[in-house]
Design a protein around this ligand. Structure first.
Ligand code: MN
Length: 243
């Protein structure tokens, strides 16, 4: 079911209480604070768990004031967790890197390290485009801001921001299983993306795919259209001196 809860339900611990209650009951799904002050809840699982959560949502925790809960039956999405949506899971950065070959490095903060993928052609905002992403070793946070010449090449910060974890499976397990969904809030990249592992091994291969949502831009080529650094405005070509 999908429930919209209206009233004094933000800034009063309602969302966190709903998460605790859902986990106690064994309900799966998610909760998100909406811009209009309401709280949106998706719950699925055993009827007893869902009904138990709904009863809690109608009361709310102490300090909340629930005016109205409108409930709608929706399709089961197959969630394996009860998660908070709409909150940052950490930072992300995309660096364009000229080394032996030019490529982009996508890095997502996971458990205090930057998980990293080398994306030869860079990300795309077109959901029809699948970009190879080769997983490489984790990088240190300190590298996120690096921009400048390197021996035989250079690096620019092509995009950065924060991201939310999405999908039906909790992180980092989703990454371990080879299918991870996330929402980027960058200056160039935004909305849902998926990383799908296609080949495990020493250098696992993944596909980076834009999900179909409001931010998707079919037919676009964001890498060609917006080549400049989000830090300095310079392009990697300019940094390399045009050769
Ligand atoms: Mn690199």
């Amino acid at each position: 079911m999908r429930a919209i809860v209206r009233g004094r339900v933000q800034g009063v611990g309602y969302r966190d209480a709903a998460v605790r209650q859902a986990r106690r009951l064994g309900a799966m799904g998610w909760v998100r604070n909406e811009d209009d002050g309401s709280v949106l809840v998706h719950a699925e699982g055993l009827e007893e768990a869902v009904e138990g959560l709904l009863a809690f949502l109608r009361e709310g925790p102490r300090g909340a004031g629930v005016d109205e809960v409108s409930v709608e039956r929706v399709k089961v999405e197959g969630h394996e967790q009860f998660a908070v949506r709409g909150v940052s899971a950490g930072v992300f950065v995309v660096q364009e890197h000229a080394a032996t070959a030019r490529h982009f490095d996508l890095r997502l903060e996971v458990d205090g390290a930057m998980r990293s993928w080398a994306v030869p052609k860079g990300p795309s905002m077109d959901p029809a485009v699948k970009r190879l992403a080769v997983q490489v070793e984790d990088h240190a946070f300190a590298h996120n801001d690096f921009e400048g010449p390197t021996e035989g090449g250079g690096v620019i910060v092509w995009d950065r921001g924060h991201y939310e974890q999405g999908g039906r499976v909790a992180w980092p397990e989703a990454l371990e299983r080879g299918h991870a969904v996330f929402v980027l809030h960058g200056e160039k990249l935004s909305g849902g993306f998926a990383l799908q592992r296609t080949r495990p091994g020493g250098k696992p291969q993944w596909l980076l795919i834009k999900r179909r949502d409001e931010q998707a831009a079919p037919g676009s080529d964001v890498v060609a259209e917006q080549p400049q650094s989000v830090v300095s405005g310079t392009t990697l070509d300019e940094l390399l001196g045009g050769d």
